[in-house]
Design a protein around this ligand. Structure first.
Ligand SMILES: NC(=O)C1=CN([C@@H]2O[C@H](COP(=O)(O)OP(=O)(O)OC[C@H]3O[C@@H](n4cnc5c(N)ncnc54)[C@H](OP(=O)(O)O)[C@@H]3O)[C@@H](O)[C@H]2O)C=CC1
Ligand SMILES: O=C(CO)COP(=O)(O)O
Length: 305
């Protein structure tokens, strides 16, 4: 494959890791951070691929800057952020599509704990777009013997899988922090996936996407790894640490903290039952203890599976 020019927007843990994967495959990678020397305009000017890995709070401000910059008419925008916009509850790809007009937008998501990928451990991911040619181009850029990339035609489903599992990862951390055992964890993840599918299908995503790498795959990785920041938030809440203290010590962003409130807002307006996410919301705003959240979930009215 001919070398491609990539602009990676956001030099945090995930942006740097994705930049390294592409550079390792011989592509020309230019990394932009708001603290760096190179301007965003210079970084994106001749890029064939613009890859955004800024955390959710940066997506709207950065996308609105990119909208006003000259970029190639054939550029492809790749979004790797896992979050929801607090203003509109929309996913990052919606904001990016607005900013780049009719250029293709590709969503990249999967079970991808960056520290494992940095160590050269094998991993797989998904690139999804309604423009399948664009997804295949991005697949070619990132694929290697250590990083297996699948294409998918359901960008919303792929994006929601990666985003909603962060809420479940907080719950999974609580489950492990309280030492509730393997049965409880399996029940939590299974019912958590049902919750993700309930709201995801209402949103317009395809149910089967949630059983793939970006849904179930990322749920398993994030809910079982102390490397996950979202899992760490839940685990430490169960160990009686306060949220501000946990977040102050956390390495990087735990998107699930903000996603939970946005998700619950949408679920309320759409009248969708999200019992696990609801308890995570109460825990995060400090109005319930981890043990009380467990009791509330176990004490719900009996119902068919
Ligand atoms: N780390 C991982 O394993 C994975 C992370 N992700 C997702 O990728 C996204 C980024 O995660 P990660 O790299 O770990 O997080 P980090 O906290 O390490 O990095 C966040 C990045 O966002 C940038 N940023 C935040 N706010 C703004 C803003 N207002 N304007 C410009 N840039 C901003 C930061 O810039 P600055 O450095 O200038 O502050 C930084 O580059 C998240 O949505 C996460 O869920 C997805 C898969 C794996
Ligand atoms: O999304 C991730 C792995 O796929 C990273 O998880 P955390 O953001 O919880 O660290």
């Amino acid at each position: 494959m001919a070398p491609t020019r990539l602009a990676v927007i956001g030099a945090g843990m995930w942006g740097s890791t994705l930049g390294q994967l592409a550079a390792h495959n011989g592509h020309h990678v230019s990394l932009w951070s708001r603290h760096g020397d190179r301007s965003l305009a210079e970084t994106v000017a001749d890029a064939e691929i613009l890859l955004s890995a800024v955390s959710m709070k940066g997506v709207r401000p950065v996308a609105s800057q990119v909208r006003d910059l000259p970029i190639r008419p054939d550029a492809i925008l790749v979004t790797a952020t896992k979050g929801l916009d607090p203003e509109t509850t929309c996913t990052p790809s919606t904001i990016w599509q607005d900013a780049v007009g009719d250029r293709p937008v590709v969503v990249l998501a999967g079970p991808n704990l960056s520290k494992e990928i940095q160590q050269g451990l094998p991993a797989a991911t998904v690139v999804a777009s309604t423009d399948f040619g664009a997804a295949e181009r991005v697949q070619g850029i990132f694929s290697s013997m250590d990083f297996r990339v699948y294409t998918n035609r359901d960008p919303l489903g792929v994006e929601l899988g990666g985003t909603l599992k962060n809420v479940m990862a907080i719950a999974a951390g609580v489950c492990d922090g309280l030492q509730l055992g393997t049965n409880a964890k399996a029940a939590l993840l299974t019912r958590g996936l049902a919750e993700m599918i309930r709201i995801g299908s209402d949103w317009g995503a395809q149910v089967e996407t949630f059983y793939g790498l970006s849904g179930l795959g990322d749920l398993l990785a994030t809910c079982n790894s102390p490397l996950s920041r979202n899992y760490q938030v839940g685990y430490q809440l169960a160990r009686d640490r306060g949220l501000p203290e946990i977040l102050a010590d956390l390495e990087g962003t735990a998107e699930g903290v903000n996603t939970t409130a946005v998700l619950l807002d949408r679920a309320r307006r759409r009248d969708i039952s999200m019992p696990i996410s609801y308890q995570v919301g109460l825990l995060l705003d400090g109005s319930i203890t981890p043990k009380a959240a467990l009791e509330a979930l176990m004490g719900r009215e009996s119902k068919p599976e």
